[in-house]
Design a protein around this ligand. Structure first.
Ligand SMILES: C[S@@+](CC[C@H](N)C(=O)[O-])C[C@H]1O[C@@H](n2cnc3c(N)ncnc32)[C@H](O)[C@@H]1O
Length: 242
């Protein structure tokens, strides 16, 4: 147990570049604290309050625990577990909510979680391990997946590269035959972001690793005024097939 409050259960080495790095996590935490992504957090909290009364909520690829905390606020009898391979992120997730614990784990390995023990799994822009989702969810549990839509941040062009397009077909392919889609909600809004927020949007994701290409860093540095951008996500709900 680390003094920052998370448990590190990860002994196997993981490929370099898998975990979010300290600068990425710092950028993400700053951006999220500005409230820009609050509509998505609210949408996830609403889904949870409509469908879940208690039990364990697992946030698979929880990052700083921002969305898990919102969901736990909406379901007072539930408790949470943040799983992520980034210890830097989990230092924050461990403090994100009084009813949440946090464990460093590689989602592609069998999870350190009992069968049929979670009433809700959240998966927000993070890897999807369908067989583990299915194993740990209760029979009447709910899987909620948030993905960016095609037009998400389109104004920023190639400054932002998405590794997680929300194409329905791809999402359903990943989940295979273990899950049935029961609902899908779209969260779209236009926001005006100051240059430092634009920088955080770019630096909090994989785009941070590609800024040396095609003059991207220069183009990012050249943004000195506010920019209107589209934020667009899908929140898709699945039930496990028994
Ligand atoms: C785009 S971030 C999203 C974080 C959080 N859900 C949010 O939206 O703020 C993706 C997260 O997945 C984590 N991640 C990537 N590969 C992983 C793996 N194999 N096992 C566990 N976590 C992983 C990263 O460390 C990162 O925190």
């Amino acid at each position: 147990m680390a003094k920052q409050g998370y448990v590190n259960l990860l002994h196997a080495r993981i490929p370099a570049g898998t975990a979010d790095t300290a600068p990425m996590v710092a950028a993400r935490a700053d951006l999220l604290s500005s409230g820009v992504y609050l509509p998505l957090a609210d949408a996830l909290a609403k889904v949870a309050s409509e469908h879940v009364e208690n039990g364990m909520v697992i946030d698979a690829g929880a990052g700083t625990g921002y969305y898990l905390a919102h969901v736990l606020d909406a379901v007072p009898a539930a408790y949470g577990l943040a799983l992520d391979v980034s210890a830097v992120a989990l230092r924050r997730a461990a403090r994100a909510h009084a009813r949440a614990g946090a464990a460093v784990w590689n989602l592609w390995e069998p999870w350190p979680v009992a069968d049929s023990s979670a009433s809700l799994i959240l998966n927000v822009f993070a890897p999807r391990n369908a067989s583990q989702f299915h194993r740990v969810l209760t029979e009447d549990g709910l899987l909620v997946v948030a993905t960016p839509n095609h037009g998400h941040l389109r104004e920023l062009g190639d400054l932002v590269i998405s590794v997680d397009g929300g194409k329905d077909a791809r999402l359903e392919d990943t989940l295979g035959e273990r899950f049935t889609r029961v609902d899908r909600r779209e969260v779209t809004q236009r926001v005006t972001l100051a240059p430092d927020r634009i920088r955080q949007v770019v630096e909090m994701g994989p785009s941070a690793h590609h800024l040396h290409r095609d003059g991207r860093r220069e183009r990012l540095d050249a943004i000195t005024g506010p920019v209107d951008v589209t934020l667009s996500f899908s929140v898709t709900l699945y039930r496990p097939v028994s």
